[in-house]
Design a protein around this ligand. Sequence first.
Ligand code: AHR
Length: 630
Amino acid sequence: TLSVDAGATGPTIEETMYGVFFEDINHAADGGLYAELVRNRSFEFTTQDNASYTPLTGWREVSAGASGTAEVVDDDGRLNERNRNYLRLALNGDGGSADAGFGLANAGWGGIALTEGAGYDFSVWARTDQPATPLTVTLRDEQGTALASPLTVEVTSGEWTRYQGTLTADATTDAGQVEVVAGGAGSVALDMVSLFPQNTFRDRPNGLRPDLAQAVADLEPSFVRFPGGCIVNTGTHEAYEAPDFPRERSFQWKETVGPVEERPTNHNFWGYNQSYGLGYFEYFQFSEDIGAMPLPVLPALVTGCGENHHTDDPELLQRHIQDALDLIEFANGPADSTWGGLRAEMGHPEPFGLTHVAIGNEENLAEEFYANFERFRAAIEAEYPEITVVSNSGPGSSGPLFDDLWRLNTEGGVDMVDEHYYNDPGWFLENNDRYDSYDREGPDVFLGEYASRDNTFYNALAEASFLTGLERNADVVKMASYAPLLAMEDGYQWHPDLIWFDNRESWPSASYEVQRLFSVNRGHEVVPSQASTTPIEQEPITGGIGLGTWLTSATYDDVEVTSADGETLFADDFSGGADRWSGNGNGSWQVVDGAYAQTDAGVEDALVIAGDTGWTDYDLRLTATKRSGQ
Ligand code: AHR
């Protein structure tokens, strides 16, 4: 029974409530939202980053009637100091015909999706030791059949020069490749070998894949939190220029702006390389294009995400604080300021209108983080008092670290605290009242990352239920974003995710539909209401497989599964509420450490598993006692 008090008024739901969180996890940027089709375009992959990488990862040699050698070199002839490796093709000159050549082919991330009639912009930085070296660029399918009239580019300079041209595909394939072969003799140097679809979101140069960008835009998000996540506060906080060009660096915005060929690549926390082609300018531009407020996250110089250390280097901290100030100038400063000038040079003379900056992500060291946070906040407020500086409450929805961070944030009068939690759907159902008891005088809540752990309809339903709790507490909760946003089907590190994609298509999860439902149909004011239900009186229960679904939405003690002849296949009394039961989805039982006893997805999995393991001969019996009061 739902009772609505139509005459009463509740809290106002801020315009900012529903947004998105974009992190380059699951190949969300290169190979995903960033439309570049060539993987490892600047030959910067190294074994040092990943045992499976070489500087030629993504590439294979192609001999088109002539021979030669392909070598990646890092010497004084490099393109620039931030893009150190380049490809040297040494040509044996044994081709004998004008179109013979030797070179390389790249198939992107598991094949380039090419579409009949679509145009593709090819570009390359090159120099030659010959009067001229012809490059023949061809789009091919998996079998090697040409899918477009080849493009010929004449490299005529001994100095690095950018060459470009366009190809139009005359057939469609999801397993395409781009081939670049050089003719003649001598040697030619190549770098930044790039192929971009002409069709990008809002026709932006160096732009975004339209279907993915549109799927995000369709959520009508009011903010975009970026660029992480763990890629912000892990790795070294040294700059690229530090001795030895450190590779696993935290996300440092200055490395990601300016000409793409001058952005040093980086190896990220999620185990793969980032080109930074999708950098801070592109994030700001995308946010503006979809009418969302940009919300950048900067490292606080205290590592999180399982890396528990912080830097004691005051100069390094000061440099990052200055970077934060420079970022605000980059976003909002006049076109004749240093960083506002770079923004204008990149094509956006008008300010981006930045209003919020977050410092830190899922911090593990409360005191150390908060000390640094205060330094950032003081410096930002002194120069830009209009900017809201967002703090955070570490990983998880509760615990001593969470309490410490909330205490420090509250005592320090922080404006807004970023909370993150990933829990089972049952937790989301049981914690609808989470914010009912939050201090109305304390910091506002930004729920920057949350998801229930799976991508089923049930998860989406649990999240929808939870969102009603956020809205009911909209006087405290001002912003919320599901995480992660994007996931490459054949290259993800985290599940569940909101939008899935391969090299051509993308598809939403059930959770996406919930986000869209709430975001597109926004309420402005909460109308107080009350619901009451009739308890189900069926405990204890005993039965067969069909009862699995019956068990999906409550907490149970004393769960036992037996075969018809009495063999116990699984039993747990969850004494002390210290464990929860879950099936691991591949045919075995699993008890996972957790904070409470809950059998939602676990029971369903278990029953499916019974079939998967060839246990169909068993007549399974499931017994469970519902926790009292439910
Ligand atoms: O959203 C995936 C990861 O979850 C984020 O990088 C991190 O902040 C959290 O642990």
